[in-house]
Design a protein around this ligand. Structure first.
Ligand SMILES: [Fe+2]
Length: 228
């Protein structure tokens, strides 16, 4: 078998055999293909105003959803106390669902011709959700923070959905209503129930005694007992 190495290094058609050609070309930079905040034209049958408005609003919902998604993971790791196991699992489930929303939002922005935001420093700059501390907080505080973030996203999403519909962008309206709003509403329910102050093990004896006493009206002589 003819060896390539046998050919002179300067010979015509000489190919390096030391692996250079198969090595990745690193440290590359080039021109930007599309600036953030701009729209490229795609034949979607939507007005430029509709696409620009939807992209701007979706990017805001996107960065806030990324923050909420990551807050769920932080709390998944850091939660504590008697409800640790339940909250640990619930927070991770909600994290996964929020991660799906992040992907759907980002891809909707791209298909509208916009540029989706994605890097943590951009997200931190643009999100309106209050920044939690690096420290570990109590479960009740974790739950409160999550509910506040959900409520903010729900308000923004409903407003964005209404505006998208007004401008004829029903695809964006559908994504926001059918996915973002529905998932957030469901998660609000599951999180909220953990902040209802009911006894964990023993019934509230005082309230029970009061209600039994008021229902148990002593019948007068000759009267039929009051039905409860
Ligand atoms: Fe985990």
């Amino acid at each position: 078998m003819a060896s390539v190495q046998g050919q002179g290094r300067k010979g015509a058609g000489w190919k390096s055999t030391d692996g250079d050609q198969a090595s990745p070309i690193l440290r590359q930079r080039g021109k930007v293909l599309q600036r953030a905040g701009t729209l490229r034209k795609l034949p979607l049958g939507l007005s430029e105003e509709a696409k620009a408005d939807s992209v701007a609003r979706l990017n805001q919902v996107l960065v806030d959803t990324i923050v909420l998604r990551d807050m769920y993971k932080k709390h998944h790791w850091q939660t504590s106390g008697a409800t640790f196991y339940q909250l640990h699992l619930l927070f991770d489930k909600h994290y996964e669902e929020q991660a799906e929303l992040v992907d759907a939002l980002a891809e909707r922005i791209q298909l509208l011709g916009g540029v989706s935001l994605g890097m943590p420093h951009d997200v931190a700059e643009l999100s309106k959700i209050e920044r939690p501390p690096r420290d570990v907080e109590e479960p009740a505080v974790q739950l409160s923070r999550l509910l506040e973030a959900h409520e903010y996203i729900l308000r923004q999403s409903r407003e964005a959905a209404r505006r998208a519909s007004e401008l004829g962008d029903e695809g964006t309206n559908d994504l926001l209503v059918s996915e973002v709003v529905r998932v957030n509403e469901m998660q609000v329910w599951f999180v909220s129930e953990h902040l209802v102050d009911v006894p964990l093990v023993t019934a509230d004896q005082e309230t029970a005694a009061t209600s039994v006493a008021s229902a148990d009206v002593e019948p007068k002589r000759g009267e039929a007992p009051t039905s409860v």
